[in-house]
Design a protein around this ligand. Structure first.
Ligand SMILES: [Zn+2]
Length: 155
């Protein structure tokens, strides 16, 4: 289940849904589970704690959904990092990605294929973690490609 938080373009949802079908073989439905993320807002950082969001998501998954992927547009963090592009419960049911830092300051209206591609990759990456995939040493593996991207962006 794809769970947009706030407004998300149909183009992005469609691209993510298509790739999920391709990679995992699952059909997806789109349903907003969380609308208000204020419970996860850290006032000092002005960012949202992704682990808190995952806990809330996992507690509210509809029974028929195998996994829930939230797509948020706010800036996410975990306490040990300045920000994260997404987070997943390893082997769990919930994961989240944020479009916030993938858009390079462009508005949501001006959607480039590159931007959509990044969101799709990040979504597959986080979903992979919910299926117990870890970052692997195979250089063509999407888990590693995304990790390298993460490191590049962080450094
Ligand atoms: Zn990862």
């Amino acid at each position: 289940m794809i769970s947009p938080v706030g407004e998300l373009s149909a183009e992005v949802i469609g691209a993510v849904a298509g790739e999920i079908k391709q990679v995992f073989g699952f059909s997806t439905e789109t349903s907003p589970i969380l609308q208000d993320l204020s419970f996860a807002l850290d006032d000092n950082r002005n960012q949202y704690h992704s682990t808190a969001i995952l806990d809330r998501l996992a507690a509210n998954i509809p029974p028929h959904a195998v996994r829930v992927l939230a797509i948020a547009q706010v800036d996410l963090f975990i306490p040990i990092l300045t920000h994260v592009y997404g987070e997943a419960q390893l082997g769990g049911a919930a994961c989240i990605v944020s479009t916030f830092r993938l858009n390079e300051g462009r508005s949501g209206i001006n959607i480039s294929p590159k931007y959509i591609d990044r969101i799709v990759k990040e979504a597959i990456h986080e979903l992979g973690h919910t299926f117990n995939l870890r970052h692997c040493p195979e250089h063509t593996c999407i888990m590693l490609i995304m990790l390298q991207d993460e490191i590049k962006r962080l450094s």
